[in-house]
Design a protein around this ligand. Sequence first.
Ligand SMILES: Nc1ncnc2c1ncn2[C@@H]1O[C@H](COP(=O)(O)OP(=O)(O)OP(=O)(O)O)[C@@H](O)[C@H]1O
Ligand SMILES: [Mg+2]
Length: 482
Amino acid sequence: MAEVKSNSAAPAERKLSWVEEVEEEEAASKSAPSWGEAAASAVDALAIGQGNFNSFLDEPQSNIKLVTTGDTPYISASTFEDLNLTPELLKGLYMELKFQKPSKIQAISLPMILTPPYKNLVAQAHNGSGKTTCFVLGMLSRVDPNLKVPQALCICPTRELAIQNLEVLQKMGKHTGITSECAVPMDSTNYMSFAKRPPVTAQIVIGTPGTIKKWTSAKKLGVSSVKILVFDEADHMLAEDGFKDDSLRIMKDIQRMSAHCQVLLFSATFNETVKNFVSRVVNDHNQLFVKKEELSLESVKQYKVNCPDELSKIMVIKDRIFELGENLGQTIIFVRTRHSAGMLHKSLVELGYEVTTIQGALKQEDRDKIVKEFKDGLTQVLISTDLLARGFDQQQVNLVINYDLPVKHENHSEPDYEVYLHRIGRAGRFGRKGAVFNLLMSERDQMLMEKIEQHFNSQIAQVASWNSAEDFKGALKAAGLL
Ligand SMILES: Nc1ncnc2c1ncn2[C@@H]1O[C@H](COP(=O)(O)OP(=O)(O)OP(=O)(O)O)[C@@H](O)[C@H]1O
Ligand SMILES: [Mg+2]
């Protein structure tokens, strides 16, 4: 066990953003204090993770720097037992989720979440490092099972992520009797008149901002007993081009109605703008951050491939990815627009390949079906807009293709660094091996790629020829996938 303590003082559904599209979508901040040295070294000393699949948690890249507010001492947890969880929750962790021990972010953040006076927390940790468990366990532990009203709220940017998080919560909380509900737009097959809906009695609600707002304003969701409010993908939830207005509104409504509500913000990315904003709106919080240069996953090998034209990009997918990737696991191909999603889908199907495609314009029930089929392993290759760039967790995904690179909405010459990181983080979950192929066609693509390399201070290897099977085999071998 390591003691982590520091004296430093102290982060419609419909807004178009990375989730949608027509063009789909450093260290301490100025106002934040410098890292507590003692705390940081205590964190570095933590060695969590075992076995080959989560070995990345031992690597230096997962050095999480933290700053605590006040003088509450936090003892990081090397086992789940250290967290004083109920036997029912331990059963959920060991028997339903089959976890053996906490990951690094879980070891550090859970004591902060669960120790009175229940301080707010802004927590950054790598993609696939187990952040969901931190806040799900936080919510389940803090709910009073005897009080049959909403006590914990978790807000997510997409329907898919809300559903996925609810599934994790229901598995983890299976033996607790704690009730939960998903607040996402209804699909037309289960349509029930909104006015006739009884008020929510579930103790934990996970949903998207638009629906949560709709339910609270219509008094279908009471928030006066909410004592823990979680934002998953928090940087996007508080970004100007994300869900900032909705998130602030929900936060304020709860703070007005409820005596003390702990706010938890989790994401793998927090850019400087959001970091600064967070320290203004969330007071008296503990913080955990990772430098952007240390954010790329070492277990996921990134490549760039020069393709002379659109057709060659399709041929790379057909001849290399389908042929070589077939026995490797599942693949996600990210595209920037719904239009290119449709075009690519059509081209591949015409060539006789089986793919499914998900994007925001599909009907809710179709989106749910496509995700379920992919999660059940019934489909191998999924084309997606940035709808699934964040949070989507499927351990079998070890190939990610960037059919085009993510760019900022307002300026297409500027990469969207955060979305890039989240996209490639769909592979290599919890330390697994993975490979990413960035398909580059124009000078602009080259320039975007260079900027991405500079930003994360990482050199991305080149696949020498787009039409050489040997080159791709070599790349996959180097990634440890062949
Ligand atoms: N302690 C643990 N032991 C084993 N597996 C774990 C543990 N914690 C989490 N996992 C697994 O790791 C995977 C990634 O977890 P999770 O989705 O919470 O990552 P994340 O940090 O939220 O990533 P992202 O930033 O991409 O959303 C999941 O499949 C989860 O079941
Ligand atoms: Mg997540």
